[in-house]
Design a binder for this molecule. Structure first.
Ligand SMILES: C[S@@+](CC[C@H](N)C(=O)[O-])C[C@H]1O[C@@H](n2cnc3c(N)ncnc32)[C@H](O)[C@@H]1O
Length: 240
């Protein structure tokens, strides 16, 4: 039977497998671009009064966006991070030791089902957690986001996309679909943890289903492509 690559249990398993290597490998495989993209996501967050705020980091992984968030908004009071993969959760909790532990809590939970309280977040960010959702799940995600945000609260989301129409797309696809999995198999003892990236980005396309879902959920949103469309950034707020 064909596996459902959008089954939350399957997705959690994919990230459990790569959790120990995720931080380093995502940085190397993106030639460091992923750091600039996380920074761009945080820069797109229109947070006018960060003092005393409580934010959420959705599909947080190992917490790679936190340094960018706390650098731009040192006065953030609290961040609640959420991720479905126990492996990523364990790596993230490890990262909390030190000065961040009192300000960040990391929950191992499914974003599509979480009961984080209504209107409880002053802002939301999500970096690279949307491609493992299908269109129906984007709708659920958007409704959850709209539910959790306080009226007027901003959000910023970023995801790797398929840069349709970009002159460098053939090279980009070759890299994601063949070169990366090949490097991984050769240098990481036959690992195939990141080989799914090509499949997920191809199915994700330009991320139109995210834009539609956010609008349908009543959020004000602007979407813009980065680097020829190889990533897409959504920023906006919950009206009210
Ligand atoms: C590519 S990683 C991104 C991690 C991190 N935000 C970053 O910038 O590197 C995607 C993350 O989304 C998480 N994820 C996928 N589906 C989820 C769901 N339904 N609920 C919560 N987390 C989910 C995965 O476990 C994984 O850690």
């Amino acid at each position: 039977m064909a596996r459902d690559i959008y089954d939350p249990a399957f997705v959690a398993d994919v990230f459990d497998h790569c959790s120990a290597r995720y931080r380093r490998w995502s940085s190397v495989a993106s030639f460091g671009l992923i750091h600039a993209w996380r920074r761009a996501c945080v820069a797109a967050l229109d947070l006018s009064a960060p003092q005393g705020t409580h934010g959420v980091d959705l599909m947080a992984g190992t917490g790679e966006v936190w340094p960018h968030l706390l650098h731009r908004f040192p006065d953030i009071a609290r961040i609640t991070a959420i991720d479905i993969s126990p492996g990523m959760h364990a790596e993230a909790v490890e990262r909390l030791h030190g000065p961040r532990a009192d300000r960040i809590s990391h929950l191992c939970a499914n974003m599509l089902e979480t009961d984080l309280p209504d209107a409880s977040a002053d802002f939301a960010v999500s970096t690279f957690g949307l491609k493992t959702f299908n269109a129906a799940q984007h709708e659920i995600f958007a409704r959850q986001l709209a539910r959790i945000l306080k009226p007027g609260a901003p959000f910023a989301l970023i995801e790797a996309a398929d840069p349709k129409g970009w002159v460098l797309r053939p090279a980009y696809r070759l890299y994601l679909d063949h070169v990366l999995p090949g490097i991984e198999r050769t240098f990481l003892k036959g690992a195939q943890d990141f080989a799914m990236l090509g499949t997920y980005t191809r199915a994700f396309g330009t991320g139109e289903t995210v834009t539609t879902a956010l609008r349908d959920a009543g959020l004000a949103v602007k979407a813009r492509p980065l680097v020829g469309g190889s990533a897409r950034l959504w920023s906006g707020h919950k009206p009210g």
